[in-house]
Design a protein around this ligand. Structure first.
Ligand SMILES: Cc1cc2nc3c(=O)[nH]c(=O)nc-3n(C[C@H](O)[C@H](O)[C@H](O)COP(=O)(O)OP(=O)(O)OC[C@H]3O[C@@H](n4cnc5c(N)ncnc54)[C@H](O)[C@@H]3O)c2cc1C
Ligand code: FES
Length: 337
């Protein structure tokens, strides 16, 4: 076992150093221990994790948390790397990871955040794909986990917006749920476009899938219908709702609407967000995207989440950090490749 810690950094382990740097840099975010209230299976690969957290700061839709299933993030006994030569995960330098315990935290969008009896209740909707999410799948009521947050810059709806179209694809659906609740509170006319590969990967409750041939928004998804927000479901394989890509539905919807004041807010796989941006810009409509770049620290330290960025009118592009400058950007400013 190789442990990264001690002398030069006054016994601080690498994660503890990162956490200390983060808490020094920002005032309204911190490290919290959260108690699991429920961890419900929503569909084939998605769960909703509901967490109770005391003193968690206010958050905005589009912000995220860095989560670890360990409840004690700065305990040196837990904050170490475990490397051994014969593990199952190949490493370029011939060293292999064998620990089942993830080393780094993982980022998750806040899907809902409300206050009950002075404590925050936070929902995270996650898809089980790897080491951390397999551990999250095993969480039970009253288990304790660690959160850093709220992180990043969320959605800012421009003044003069008359209608918002939410476009959520796959693991990009959760921030759309939180944004929908905020827009409903502010009485902004909103509709939702929800795209998944197939019915069994939709982490939402369907009231009525709607017509399969025409993308007509209706109160078909409970999580949006409770706010009076009509939605369109698309599936790549046609197993539910309209067959095809979410961008085809967006194209149809935008072709039917008066454009002034309309904006699109999207989250999902990078290619989906790029295509959503292209369709929106084709109609002269502003598109805000919450990017899901792979992230390590989530707090502006490791530089692993850079994107190329050129603000309008600027001659040259520059780098931006998705975790601190974003994750929400105006797609007009993103250089996608
Ligand atoms: C700002 C932000 C918000 C996010 N919100 C959510 C959310 O609400 N719900 C949710 O389910 N997921 C979300 N994600 C993605 C989530 O962080 C990853 O799914 C998670 O890290 C998986 O961890 P794991 O240990 O289970 O999988 P790992 O073992 O880390 O990875 C399993 C496989 O998935 C790939 N992978 C992991 N993360 C990404 C990524 N971001 N992009 C492309 N491929 C990746 C890995 O390369 C690997 O092949 C978000 C990511 C970001 C940056
Ligand atoms: S994730 Fe480390 S700098 Fe963005």
């Amino acid at each position: 076992m190789l442990r990264i810690c001690s002398a030069p950094w006054k016994q601080l382990t690498l994660p503890a150093m990162l956490i200390r740097m983060m808490t020094k840099r920002t005032a309204n975010r911190g490290i919290y221990t959260a108690t699991v209230q429920c961890n419900d299976r929503l569909c084939d690969e998605h769960y909703r994790l509901t967490l109770l957290v005391s003193d968690f700061p206010r958050s905005t839709p589009g912000q995220f948390v860095e989560l670890h299933t360990q409840a004690a993030p700065v305990d040196p006994a837990h904050a170490h790397l475990e490397w051994e030569p014969d593990g199952p995960f190949p490493h370029p330098r011939g060293i292999e990871f064998i620990s089942p315990r993830p080393f780094l935290r993982r980022p998750y969008s806040i899907a809902a955040h409300k206050t009950e009896n002075g404590a925050s209740v936070i929902d995270i909707v996650y898809r089980v794909i790897g080491r951390m999410t397999h551990q999250m799948e095993a969480l039970r009521v009253n288990d304790r986990i660690s959160l850093i947050g709220p992180l990043g810059q969320g959605f800012t709806i421009p003044a003069g917006t008359t209608r918002v179209i939410l476009a959520g694809g796959g693991v990009g659906i959760p921030p759309m749920l939180y944004l929908a609740s905020h827009l409903a509170q502010q009485h902004v006319p909103t509709m939702a476009l929800i795209g998944v590969q197939r019915q069994s990967l939709l982490p939402l409750r369907v009231i009525d899938p709607g017509p399969s041939n025409l993308p007509v928004p209706q109160l078909c998804i409970e999580e949006f219908a409770r706010f009076g927000i009509p939605a369109i479901i698309t599936t790549d394989d046609g197993s539910l709702g309209v067959s095809g890509r979410i961008t085809s539905a967006l194209d149809f919807v935008l072709s039917q609407l008066a454009k002034p004041g309309v904006i699109v807010c999207c989250c999902g796989p990078t290619r989906m967000m790029q295509a959503t941006a292209e369709v929106s810009q084709g109609y002269g409509v502003t598109c805000l995207a919450s990017l899901e770049q792979p992230m390590a620290c989530g707090m502006g330290t490791c530089q692993s989440c850079i994107i190329k960025y050129r603000s309008s009118g600027a001659a040259d592009w520059t780098y931006k950090l998705t975790c601190t400058d974003g994750p929400v950007f105006n797609t007009r400013d993103i250089i996608w490749n």
